[in-house]
Design a protein around this ligand. Sequence first.
Ligand code: G1P
Length: 288
Amino acid sequence: MHPPIKKIVLPVAGLGTRFLPATKAIPKEMLPVLDKPLIQYAVEEALEAGIEDIILVTGRNKQVMEDHFDHAYELEKILQEKGKEDALEIARSMLLEEGRISYVRQMRPLGLGHAIWCARKLVNEHPFAVALPDDLIKGKPGALKQMVEAYNELGGNMVATMNVAREDTSKYGVITPGAHSGNRIAVEGLVEKPHPDDAPSTQAVVGRYILQPEVMDHLNKKAVGAGGEIQLTDAMAKLIGSQPFHAIEFEGQRFDCGSKIGWLMANLSFAAEDPAMADQIRQLIKFR
Ligand code: G1P
């Protein structure tokens, strides 16, 4: 029996510069895909995977996310008075029991590894998951559930991966693959944003991880890596060899909602599956 995954760290401190001016006053994690903000997709995916404690690593101007996971008394009262039960239920859908969502601030933008390290006191000695809300994954079951199921058999550390074009390796963490078994790949090496000529494979890490608490010991050293940032990938790479490490080629479609085109495609893809919108969306795509 491997210790269960009950905690998730969601780094949400990024500036969202690629979406300015939309993200001047609202966090990029609050951008909606259809009617739901990105952060809510991530939390729902975690809950589906049986994760109980949600840890958000926030930054300045991110307070609105705390409000999103709290009561909106005025709104709820008005909806109640008007008898709008359906809307009321939606407004209340993200109310977790008090104490299950925690917030910790990353005070300086020093990189993804540093953001995860900021949560070390809340993670404590437990294995934990990480999801990057920008990476929206449409999967049934969700990617985190697929990973937790694999973890329950294999233990250790895990990353979700997908095959990318070789010219794109410099946008991702990339694994050195070992033995394959179904959609599970033993990880023998991990490198952040390699040049296509140097990439050990085209299996790229997308933003879903299961990590052992020892990763924090490596993050503690604050080593600076690719792009001058403290990289999660570098700390994870140090665990290879001393702990099991697997990549899961998840089933589902990933949208890079940190880019405009990825976010737009996510909207179209979700809308095309919504009976109320599908016909109009198909018409639009056909005729424009
Ligand atoms: C981060 C990680 C990278 C991973 C990517 C997935 O990079 O550092 O290893 O492949 O997310 O989206 P970022 O996109 O923040 O530069």
